[in-house]
Design a protein around this ligand. Structure first.
Ligand SMILES: Cc1ncc(C[n+]2csc(CCOP(=O)(O)OP(=O)(O)O)c2C)c(N)n1
Ligand SMILES: [Mg+2]
Length: 553
């Protein structure tokens, strides 16, 4: 009898080594054997209402914990996680997709087995487009090494991977004595030295350097290093929407959110007029760049990402992002001189505490101003697409990484299931979910899974009677939705508390009572005027509709 673990056991063991504690998904006959193994393991299985919810939950979990896992059955389950996995790919989140599949022996003679779409490898080929590595564990001789390779790729690139587990292979054993391979790819020391010389020369010569910290700083867990760099050099920093709150937004050197012409003018001017912008883990998406209104001159930029380091027009492919950043921190105060630290623009204004007008109808801007006061040290803000995201731009997040939102891929339906993933990734955080009524109709049913897991987020449903964002771009009857009674959800689920809010007085009471409710989720349905919108949405709508060649009257 071999001492080697079964393929299923080895996969579970490696996931635990990557500090995964939960697996999200829905079982099916092609994956039942593996679900049994999961049930006997230290991993907790979280069964959601729908696979898409499991996918978003795993994405949020990965953003907080460094790896998230979704485990589904063949095609009917797998193809439902395509959208969240695509979002995880686009926004760099290391989600591991484990899909059950027909056994290798069942595949002979190409029978028409249930759930098969076209060929046996159709699902895998779909996932090849949206993952950084994929494998079918059909051969016990190579399965362990394949698991090592694929999990390493997820971690190295912070992108999803796909592992297909044929049901007759789960209990097969590979070779004895396997040790996980090492995939270290150290920086080329000479290239690192040269990159550092160029970067320090540029930064030392700069009179008004600025750091632009973005999403990869979060994904690669480099916040502490960036903070050390900021503090040792005195260089002020800005972030983008996608990297929002990657460093605490109450830091004295925080300039604000940089989003080209969409953002605040002082921040835009300070960044664009800087003689050296050090971009760390920055992702140049259209929304991050304020729909291409950002003006960043490569001749005055240093850009470091996990893919390459660029210093003005020189590119260094052999230098690792983390090595470069740590070398900068190490040089700070030595070869890298402290910044003069003059002319910091005034810090972003704390939105004024609104004076309560108890009878007044709640508006979007007053709602967000109030929510800003509501944030506590353990609040994790999770936004969905729409005014939830844009209205949240001006929230001042207390510490780093307390903001999750699909700010680039922008798939509706992210926020409620993300609260599930984030809540399990770190139970010490209390999610504050901000979600539009349209997005809530897509995945809000996962509140059911929040109940099962005894999570207690506060969920604010912005009820503006439909697809508000789209109304501002181009209105039509297709932007209306059925007006659900969102606050009746506790009756449907038999759990939770809810409030229906029209006025500021009602909002105040709901927020207070929700804050005190630590026994269940709290859902606050806020009625808003269908044409009301945040200032950020207003700026975005103007720009987007110009690009679409349509202007709103
Ligand atoms: C999955 C998905 N489908 C469609 C869209 C296009 N879209 C962008 S915003 C929007 C409306 C969002 O409505 P709601 O969630 O109510 O938020 P609001 O705009 O009203 O704040 C739609 C349909 C999308 N981003 N994602
Ligand atoms: Mg809406």
């Amino acid at each position: 009898m071999s001492n080697a673990p079964t393929i299923g056991e080895y996969l579970i063991q490696r996931l635990i080594e990557y500090e995964v504690g939960h697996v999200f998904g829905i079982p099916g006959d092609y994956v039942l054997g593996f679900y049994d193994l999961l049930g006997q393991s230290a991993l907790e299985t979280i069964v959601t209402c729908d696979e898409q919810g499991a996918g978003f939950a795993a994405d949020a979990y990965a953003r907080l914990r460094g790896m998230g896992v979704v485990c589904v059955t063949y095609c009917v389950g797998g193809l439902k996680v395509v959208n969240p996995v695509a979002g995880a790919f686009a926004e760099k989140s290391p989600v591991v997709v484990i899909s059950g599949a027909p056994g290798m022996r069942e595949r002979e003679k190409n029978p028409l087995l249930h759930h098969k779409v076209r060929e046996f490898d159709t699902q895998r080929r779909v996932f090849d487009q949206i993952t950084t590595a994929s494998t079918v564990l059909g051969d016990p001789q190579t399965a362990y090494a394949e698991i090592d390779r694929v999990l390493h790729a997820a971690c190295r690139h912070k992108r999803p991977v796909y592992i297909e587990l044929p049901r007759d292979c789960v209990d097969l054993r590979g070779p004895e004595g396997h040790r996980p391979s090492s995939f270290e790819e150290p920086s080329d020391p000479a290239a690192l030295r040269e990159a550092m010389e160029e970067a320090t020369a540029l930064l030392n010569a700069a009179k008004r350097p600025v750091i632009l910290a973005d999403v990869e700083v979060h994904r690669f867990h480099l916040q502490t290093a960036v903070l050390a760099l900021v503090e040792k050099t005195g260089i002020p920093f800005a972030t983008t929407i996608l990297g929002k709150s990657v460093l605490g937004e109450q830091h004295p050197l925080y300039l604000g959110l940089y989003e080209g012409a969409m953002g605040r003018d002082e921040v835009r001017a300070r960044v664009e007029e800087s003689d050296c912008v050090l971009m760390l883990g920055a992702f140049m998406t259209d929304i991050n760049l304020g729909i291409y209104t950002a003006r960043l001159d490569p001749a005055r930029s240093i850009s470091a990402t996990s893919e390459r380091i660029s210093i003005r027009y020189h590119h260094f492919d052999e230098v690792r992002f983390d090595d470069f950043l740590h070398a900068l921190v190490e040089a700070a105060g030595k070869t890298l001189l402290p910044s003069a630290g003059e002319d910091l623009p005034a810090p972003p204004p704390e939105p004024e505490a609104p004076v309560l007008e108890p009878e007044a109808r709640v508006t979007v801007s007053r709602l967000f101003a109030r929510l800003n006061q509501y944030l506590e040290d353990n609040t994790l803000v999770i936004c969905d697409v729409g005014d939830s995201l844009f209205g949240a731009v001006d929230l001042r997040i207390h510490r780093h990484t307390e903001f999750l939102g699909p700010a680039y891929y922008a798939s509706m339906g992210f926020a409620v299931p993300a609260a599930l993933g984030a809540g399990l990734a770190n139970r010490a955080l209390r999610p504050l979910v901000i979600v539009g009524d349209g997005a809530f109709q897509m995945t809000g049913i996962e509140v059911s899974t929040l109940v099962r897991q005894e999570l207690t987020p506060v969920i604010i449903v912005l009820n503006n009677g439909g697809y508000g964002t789209e109304r501002h771009l181009h209105d039509g009857a297709y932007n209306d939705i059925l007006p659900w009674r969102y606050s009746a959800l506790p009756q449907l689920l038999g759990a939770g508390r809810s409030w229906e809010v029209h006025t500021e007085g009602e909002l105040e009471r709901a927020l207070r009572e929700a804050g005190e409710n630590t026994a269940s989720y709290s859902l606050i349905e806020v009625h808003l005027d269908p044409m009301d919108r945040s200032a950020a949405m207003e700026r975005l709508a103007v720009r987007l509709s110009k690009r679409l060649g349509r202007t709103k009257q």
